[in-house]
Design a protein around this ligand. Structure first.
Ligand code: MRU
Length: 347
């Protein structure tokens, strides 16, 4: 099995795959600068809910290692980095979850402690977030593989794979685990306009491992389902509310609605760090991205009239009644979600 390491800690530097260059080029970027990591998250060199959480945690570690001065100065520099990183992207809750974990370590450190020990604890926390993410994804895979049957064709949207996490993936983790168990499955990947994570990343990842994948454009989903070509849908999530509302890549809601129409079970695979027990659906911030993403194909070919007004929400909200189950590392939550999700997160 190919081991994709989208993010790697190199002791005092962070290395990541610039996913904007895939599938044309496997380009690694290395930096010691937390600001460079913040820009990589904004530009979507690093993207996918768990991956941005992990990268942000390591960026905080970079700020700790590379700041000068005594403990008060270093602590202040790290808190400044946390504030900066929290402004990179608004929708995926994993970013805030990871930054809150880092901030707890920073704030609980005794003021008479040494800078070296402070830095060590900050780095250790970032490494734990990274390692936990890989373990969690493998557990999601094991749990989720139970709902996948031999011979299934699974439709997935966007990229919820190794490239969207510290490794292994969530929705693609379920697919990987089923494949590793010997189930002969096939995948249909949607291209995922406008950033094309499905066409560029999901297809690339699955082809690396020899898992059969067919690419469709987003607007083919209804036809493909009406022809009985999809047995299950498995997607990732950027935020799952206790109500069971699922915030994920734009286009997810259309797929869920069509799955409901055609009796295809719609599953969401996500770690418990994606479950947000605090936010109500009306308060969710949906990121609105640069209109040029819609007017052009991948920043290049202009496909419309240059000044046409554009809507470019990066995510949408799928209501709970369309969701068959939320596959987490601690089991599958099913309706009524408030009860089952609370049980899973212990709140
Ligand atoms: O805008 P992106 O590429 O960061 O959006 C990614 C998604 O919507 C994924 O489905 C989600 O983050 C889950 S990744 C395991």
């Amino acid at each position: 099995m190919l081991e994709v390491k989208p993010i790697e800690w190199l002791g005092d530097r962070l290395r990541w795959i610039n996913t904007l260059e895939l599938p044309w080029k496997l380009e690694y970027v290395t930096s010691t600068d937390y600001e460079r990591v913040a820009v990589a998250i904004e530009r979507m060199e690093i993207r996918g809910a768990p991956a941005i959480g992990v990268a942000a945690a390591f960026a905080v570690a970079l700020a700790a290692i590379h700041s000068q001065g005594g403990l008060p100065e270093v602590r202040e520099a790290v808190l400044k980095a946390i504030r900066r990183l929290s402004r990179t992207r608004p929708t995926a809750v994993n970013l805030f979850w990871a930054l809150e974990r880092m901030e707890r370590v920073v704030r609980s450190f005794p003021s008479d402690g040494s800078v070296e020990e402070f830095v060590r604890r900050v780095v250790e926390e970032a490494k734990s977030i990274y390692e936990e993410d890989i373990r969690t994804n493998k557990a999601i895979g094991r749990v989720g593989a139970e709902v996948i049957e031999d011979g299934d064709t699974i439709l997935t949207h966007c990229n919820a794979g190794a490239l969207a996490t510290a490794g292994y993936g969530t929705a693609l983790g379920v697919i990987r685990a089923a494949w590793e168990e010997g189930k002969r499955i096939k995948v249909i990947a949607t291209e995922t306009r406008p950033v094309l994570q499905g066409a560029r990343l999901t297809v690339w990842e699955l082809r690396q491992e020899g898992i059969p994948v067919t690419l469709i454009t987003d607007n083919m989903v209804g036809y493909v389902m009406s022809k009985g070509l999809v047995d299950k849908v498995v997607v990732g999530a950027d935020r799952v509310l206790l109500s069971g509302h699922v915030i994920n890549k734009i286009g997810t809601y259309v797929i869920a609605a069509l799955a409901g129409r055609h009796g295809v079970p719609f599953y969401v695979a996500a770690p418990t760090s994606t479950i947000d027990p605090r936010t109500k659906v009306e308060d969710v911030v949906i990121e609105e991205r640069n209109p040029e993403e819609v007017r052009r194909v991948l920043g290049k070919l202009l496909i419309t009239v240059p000044d046409v007004p554009v809507l470019n929400p990066a995510f949408d909200i799928t209501p709970p009644e369309l969701v068959e189950g939320v596959i987490t590392e601690k089991g599958i939550a099913r309706r009524p979600f408030e009860e089952s999700l609370r049980r899973i997160i212990g709140k």
